[in-house]
Design a protein around this ligand. Structure first.
Ligand SMILES: [Zn+2]
Ligand SMILES: [Zn+2]
Length: 243
């Protein structure tokens, strides 16, 4: 996989997005620019509860171990004293070979049922049965409380002989995309020291860090374990209200 050309970035999607956003928003705190809810996700006020809604296409439910890994990861980073809850349900198949950012957004608008309200901040994760327009991409973050992972790409790049386990790859992409919602790198959680990758958008320069750009692509097999956040990324989150 190494050597294949990669990548479109969350920042790009975000910009793309704001440019073509037309529909009225359902939740007045959701469907905003990527990274703008980083502090609200990290701190206990005004939201003491985090609710995560996962809508998956048939055959691509997120396994329990990956969900547990994600929740454990978030419990270490976020101040959510009243809890972190995950709700998962199946939606219909896409019936397509590839999915575009506007398809993703339309689906979210149709299927999302949890929104940020009162003391609850809500996140929506879409899991698709097809490829993104760039077939190397495993996931993408596009709004402040939304991201998408591409189930077909994860399946094709994990679980087989010589491949990483599906739980390891799924956990990595879930945690990486969540890292973007938490404002990494320098897109909602200001850098405490310079560690952004100038060639790869809102990503960390440290290739062993979860927020290294390749963690978002199918070249991910290079990692021998689920990557963690390095000290620079952790410090950015702490400085923006995290634990
Ligand atoms: Zn990324
Ligand atoms: Zn980092």
């Amino acid at each position: 996989m190494a050597g294949k050309k990669v990548v479109l970035f969350s920042l790009l999607f975000c910009l793309l997005f704001s440019a073509c956003k037309k529909d009225p928003v359902v939740g007045s705190h959701d469907y905003k620019t990527l990274g703008t809810s980083a502090h609200d996700l990290l701190s206990a006020n005004p939201y003491s509860v985090l609710q995560i809604e996962i809508n998956y296409m048939p055959g691509y439910a997120v396994d329990a171990a990956s969900i547990n890994n994600l929740v454990n990861f978030l419990q270490i980073l976020l101040n959510k004293p009243s809890g972190i809850l995950v709700f998962q349900k199946q939606i219909e198949a896409s019936g397509k070979a590839t999915i575009s950012i506007s398809d993703i957004v339309n689906l979210e608008r149709q299927k999302r049922t949890l929104f940020t309200l009162d003391n609850i901040i809500a996140i929506h994760i879409l899991v698709t049965d097809d490829y993104y327009t760039d077939p190397l991409i495993l996931g993408t973050s596009y709004w402040n409380t939304s991201f998408c992972i591409f189930g077909q790409v994860i399946k094709n790049n994990s679980g087989g002989v010589g491949q990483v386990s599906t739980t390891r790859l799924t956990t990595t992409i879930l945690e990486h995309e969540f890292g973007h919602l938490l404002g990494l790198v320098n897109q909602g959680s200001p850098m405490q020291v310079d560690h952004i990758d100038p060639a790869n958008g809102a990503h960390c320069i440290n290739k062993n860090c979860l927020m290294y750009y390749a963690a978002e692509t199918s070249t991910m097999g290079m990692f021998s374990a689920i990557p963690t956040l390095d000290a620079n990324c952790m410090n950015d989150l702490k400085a923006n209200g995290g634990k």
